[in-house]
Design a protein around this ligand. Sequence first.
Ligand SMILES: NC(=O)c1ccc[n+]([C@@H]2O[C@H](COP(=O)([O-])OP(=O)(O)OC[C@H]3O[C@@H](n4cnc5c(N)ncnc54)[C@H](OP(=O)(O)O)[C@@H]3O)[C@@H](O)[C@H]2O)c1
Length: 299
Amino acid sequence: MPTQAEVPWTMKAWIAFGAGHVTDVLGLKTDWPIPMPPKTGEIMVKVSHVALNPGDAKMIAKPIPFRKSAIVGMDFVGEVTQVGSSTPDLRSGMIVAGTVPMINILRGIGSLAEYLVVPAHAVVEKPKGLEDRAAAGLLGIVGQTSVVMLRSAGLQKGDKVLLNGASGGVGCVLVQILNGMGVHVTGVCSSKNEAIVRRLGAQEVVDYTAHSDLYCHLSSLVKSIGSSPFDAIFDCVGDDMLYYRSPGYLKAGGTIALIKVLWGSSHSSSSTTGRPYSEEYLELTRAFSAIQQDLRPRK
Ligand SMILES: NC(=O)c1ccc[n+]([C@@H]2O[C@H](COP(=O)([O-])OP(=O)(O)OC[C@H]3O[C@@H](n4cnc5c(N)ncnc54)[C@H](OP(=O)(O)O)[C@@H]3O)[C@@H](O)[C@H]2O)c1
């Protein structure tokens, strides 16, 4: 692990020069300046893996005032190389996973670079046994969004959940966590993705393209013999009708957790919780521990 003196002066980084489509504005720089050493409450990370997200492209699609160039990317995994003061839980050599805070993204300081300085609260130590590349995809924005949605529902083993957008970025993670928790999942996606959603753990799949009135179909599903209403609905699509028509298929007092688009089509309310990121990571780690427990072969 490089000491402060050994950290190079320049690094490779994927830079968006201006706003626009990734293919038009993105370029690899091999001599981008290394970030300044971490200040109080910050750490420097030597990035090993980055997860790409549709949100990364959205963050460079539109101009941001005073930002001329930007390192793209949000989620990352890497080794802590330097720590600022007041970072008691972190030390050099630790492998951490995290997401670059939005304020840094707006300033053009993303994760797709060899080195990154972030607040210590934006990372968690990577759980042992989880591959680095999997951690990059799991413990970032998608995972945090999943945890926020899960927290709101307070589900128990044996509960029934309707998961709209089960084949999407967030849905694919949620379906696995729910399956690991022993929750019965009915996933909604198009038929081309049915097989993968079932493989990830959904017991039932509803093809939204096959029903002219999806909500009527869901109501008839729960009225069929031996069936019962859903205990919760997770909507990763943002379909208001799913909420308005929910008395037909959601039990009284059941929860609806939805990703609500705040502006354009690129942000969601579910990721703004006001809690330190690391708490969400820990919950995510616990959720996945539950999966691992569940998947362990039984004697
Ligand atoms: N990805 C993230 O990290 C993240 C984090 C926070 C918030 N968000 C927000 O969450 C939302 C979903 O993001 P995502 O990344 O999970 O999405 P995504 O990967 O684009 O997936 C979209 C899902 O919606 C389904 N779908 C598309 N059109 C539909 C329709 N007309 N009716 C019902 N389902 C439909 C798709 O099914 P098929 O493909 O099978 O047709 C797929 O399952 C977006 O608003 C995004 O901004 C995303």
